[in-house]
Design a protein around this ligand. Structure first.
Ligand SMILES: Cc1ncc(COP(=O)(O)O)c(C=O)c1O
Length: 438
């Protein structure tokens, strides 16, 4: 079974002439043979330049919560931008979006951004300005964007490089980051209560923030252990540390109120992006009044030429309105659960050791073990090569998860019963073909 990728390959070669590695984000580079050029999307489907059709479970790395090219959103954006896109003044749309974010998530105050990277970068600055402290804790396997402070021990970290659990090493994921930056970042294993308590007790006078993805949205959706987020909340309260939930992947996806609602833990600051605009560029920082109000002209910076632009705000206003008025997340949970159960059943019948992990709107698989991973180190013990072979066999069959098992499967409102059934049929076939090869 081999797709025709003639046009795709030709376009990719053209892209490489002018764009480093032929892509505009390193994560989209899958090598000469497998990097796709996509020409369109509709609902749960995308098509490459050779008109091969795929049921899409990458959804642009998570933003598409309703469906590709979702008409009710596209029409609202098209109507809004006819009157201009940017004015360097407030617009009524910005107010509406901020009101919706506050109502849905329970935050007191909201500032808009364009991307998740901008949101986490500003959140760290706000936390530092609020506490007068400089360091922060993040957790191994968490990706918070591409600014210098957070490119340590992310989900791209190679196995065996993070040192011991007792004494984790910051692994820098890029050249070009000034040497001193690592000093400000402390990476700890997710779900490790003892390590967290010890570190906070020892270091709290320097700690401005604990930044946590409430579930590991960049490592197959690994869930917090019972009490984990509550423990972080308690430590932050006790030591005056700002708790930042990075909800770029969980926000407006696992509940209308994101992880704060789903897990019942309130952060001091939360960062949103992705699902907030169904694929249009829009992001936000929300938080408690006392913390957010340190933002002040001339004193604590938050800014951006494109912040609050009409394209993103019109998209967010329409997307959030649909989330508030239609059973979007509920439907995604039902269909996603069917898919997770179906995958579990197929792998069990095939005798492949595995666990299906995460929540239905954002879930993942670990192969080669029956152990439920509770952190990034444990996930790396799985059989990544087998996962990649399975994912590539699925892609050949018109079902598109990421080829890297760390990136979760995402569902959207447009994945209907039929797409789930077709995915499971393709999955069964892909598993058989992978087993034949081994
Ligand atoms: C949890 C999390 N935070 C932040 C980011 C960065 O967002 P962006 O790519 O919009 O800058 C990502 C991107 O995948 C993410 O998964």
């Amino acid at each position: 079974m081999t797709r025709n990728l003639t046009q795709t390959h030709a376009l990719f070669q053209k892209a490489k002439q002018v764009i480093p590695y032929g892509v505009n984000s390193n994560f989209r580079y899958w090598g000469d043979e497998h990097t796709l050029v996509v020409t369109r999307g509709e609902g749960a489907y995308i098509w490459d330049a050779d008109e091969n059709q795929y049921i899409d479970y990458r959804l642009g790395f998570g933003p598409v919560i309703l469906g590709h090219g979702y008409p009710p959103v596209v029409e609202r954006v098209a109507a809004a931008i006819r009157d201009g896109t940017i004015f360097a003044w407030m617009t009524p749309l910005e107010i509406q979006v901020a009101e919706r974010v506050a109502r849905m998530t329970g935050v007191d105050k909201v500032r808009l951004c364009n991307t998740g990277t901008e949101a986490t970068m500003h959140a760290l600055r706000i936390a530092r300005a609020y506490t007068g402290r400089e360091r922060f804790i993040k957790f191994e396997g968490q990706y918070h964007g591409v600014h210098d402070y957070v490119l340590f021990s992310t989900a791209s970290t190679p196995p065996g490089t993070m040192g011991s659990r007792r004494s984790p090493v910051n692994v820098q994921l890029s050249s070009g980051i000034p040497e001193g930056i690592s000093h400000y970042v402390i990476n700890l294993p997710f779900n490790d209560f003892e390590r967290l308590e010890e570190t906070v007790e020892a270091r709290w006078p320097d700690l401005a923030a604990i930044m946590v993805e409430p579930l590991l949205g960049n490592v197959a959706g690994i869930l917090p252990q019972p009490g984990w987020l509550e423990e972080i909340r308690e430590l932050c309260d006790y030591h005056g540390i700002v708790l930042i939930f990075d909800e770029v992947k969980t926000g407006f996806r696992i509940a209308n109120g994101g992880a704060q609602e789903y897990f019942g833990v309130q952060a001091d600051l939360a960062t949103y992006a992705k699902a907030m605009g169904n694929g249009f560029p829009i992001a936000a920082i929300g938080g408690k009044e006392s913390v957010m109000m340190v933002i002040e002209p001339g004193k604590v910076a938050h800014a951006g030429t494109y912040v609050g632009n009409v394209v993103g705000t019109a998209a967010a206003n329409a997307t959030l309105e649909l989330l508030e008025t239609q059973p979007v997340i509920e439907t995604i949970f039902q269909r996603g659960q069917k898919l997770m159960d179906g995958i579990d059943d197929i792998l069990t019948r095939a005798g492949i050791p595995h666990r299906v992990i995460g929540l239905p709107p954002i879930f993942g698989l670990i192969l080669g073990t029956e152990e439920e991973p509770t952190d990034f180190r444990a996930y790396l013990e799985g059989d990544a090569a087998l996962y990649e072979r399975l994912a590539m066999a699925l892609i050949e069959r018109g079902v598109m998860p990421d080829s890297d098992g760390r990136e979760p499967w995402f569902l959207c409102y447009s994945h209907g019963e039929q797409e789930i059934a077709e995915t499971l049929t393709a999955f069964e076939d892909a598993v058989k073909s992978v087993k034949r090869q081994t």
